[in-house]
Design a protein around this ligand. Structure first.
Ligand code: MTE
Length: 355
């Protein structure tokens, strides 16, 4: 599993805060969440701390001063806007938890986190600007640009979402993460948060919101985040699929008790988690795990299963979740897929039991 993740790193360069190595980021992340799971009274609210939250950047993190920063809203609008940081802080805000997963996260990987985001509904700003009738999409422009990954010169990160999705109450302009101003790596001073969709649309270091009636031809819209079938079919990556992972035990761990509480989280983007199942060897019957709280859309739920260990030995533990529409995680990756997004086969870990 770890090798799979490291392989994914090579094609998809995740960045972690410079002070931590990749290995320690992985361990710190899981250890933190696992200990939180044991102490938090409302496990559905399991929060990934800002320092443990994964970072995925295509370019270097831009250092932006909130004093000189502005957000421009233009294109097919009646009233173009130029908003300052304090304009945003003074506007009516909302605060809510949401799970963000990178489209390239591997099964059980660290590219998913759950934070409490504070900001203003994107719809409020769009209503203030007044979308013209012809507008169909909203392009979210980031301040970051650079070269590398085959990027043409002068390309900045930008993504477009349908206007209808931008107007949905779950689309935010977020300036706080877990009660603190957004850390630089997570988009200070402002990022989009398209909750329930894979992370690429949650554009960081937002500088411009452009309304358009045209399909967006941007590099990161056309060359990345597209599902590719062997027969040449293409479709954009949008909604997060149902997925789940173990928090404890971790891959390779040794355990020494006859009853072990296996724990983890499960999420399904815009849909609720209906069920989580666990099994301790492939071919065995799946067992229903206990959900910690009533599931809600947009945020993950934690689950547990009290596993009665039959005997000492090596086990491959597996977890899979079902969303409220009955969709589950496929046992194997669709062999027709040519891309490496939406990887949601069951999380599988191998552990050793010594009794
Ligand atoms: N926004 C900008 N401006 N530049 C980026 O490289 N990466 C996207 C998205 N927003 C990106 C961006 C991707 S691919 C993901 S998964 C999320 O940010 C990751 O957000 P995080 O780094 O705060 O976890």
């Amino acid at each position: 599993m770890r090798r799979e993740f490291l392989k994914a790193m090579l094609v998809s360069p995740w960045l972690v805060p410079e002070s931590r190595s990749l290995q320690s980021a992985l361990l710190v992340g899981n250890a933190y969440i696992a200990s939180f799971a044991r102490t938090d009274a409302s496990p559905q609210g399991l929060i990934t701390s800002n320092s443990d939250f994964f970072v995925r950047n295509h370019f270097r993190t831009p250092q932006i001063s909130s004093d000189s920063w502005n957000l421009v809203v233009d294109g097919l609008v009646s009233i173009p806007l130029k908003l300052s940081y304090s304009d945003l802080l003074l506007a009516n805000s909302v605060r809510r938890p949401a799970t963000m997963e990178c489209a390239g996260n591997t099964s059980g990987g660290i590219g998913v986190g759950n934070a409490v985001w504070t900001g203003i509904p994107l719809a409020d700003v769009l209503k203030q600007a007044g979308a013209k009738a012809a507008a169909t999409a909203v392009i979210l422009h980031g301040a970051d640009s650079g070269t590398g990954e085959g990027v043409p010169a002068n390309t900045h990160f930008a993504r477009a979402i349908p206007l209808e999705r931008a107007m949905d109450a779950s689309s935010l302009l977020a300036y706080e993460m877990n009660g603190s101003p957004l850390p630089a790596d997570h988009g200070f001073p402002l990022r989009a948060l398209v909750a329930g969709w894979y992370g690429m649309d949650s554009v960081k270091w937002l500088t411009r919101i452009e309304l358009t009636s045209q399909p967006f031809e941007g590099y990161f819209q056309q060359q990345y985040y597209v599902a590719l079938q062997a027969n040449g079919e293409r479709r954009p990556i949008t909604r997060m699929l149902v997925n789940s992972k173990f928090l404890r035990p971790s891959d390779g761990e040794e355990i020494g008790t006859k009853t072990y509480r296996v724990e983890g989280v499960a999420w399904a983007g815009e849909r609720k988690i209906a069920k989580v199942e666990f099994r301790a060897s492939s071919g065995a019957a799946w067992q229903t795990a206990t959900l910690a709280a009533q599931s809600a859309p947009l945020t993950w739920n934690s689950w547990s299963y009290d596993w009665h260990v039959p005997s000492a030995g090596k086990y491959t533990l597996e977890v899979r979740a079902f969303d409220e529409e009955g969709k589950t995680q496929p046992d194997v990756r669709n062999p027709g897929r040519q891309d490496a997004y939406e990887l949601n086969t069951p999380h599988r870990i191998t552990i050793t039991v010594r009794l």
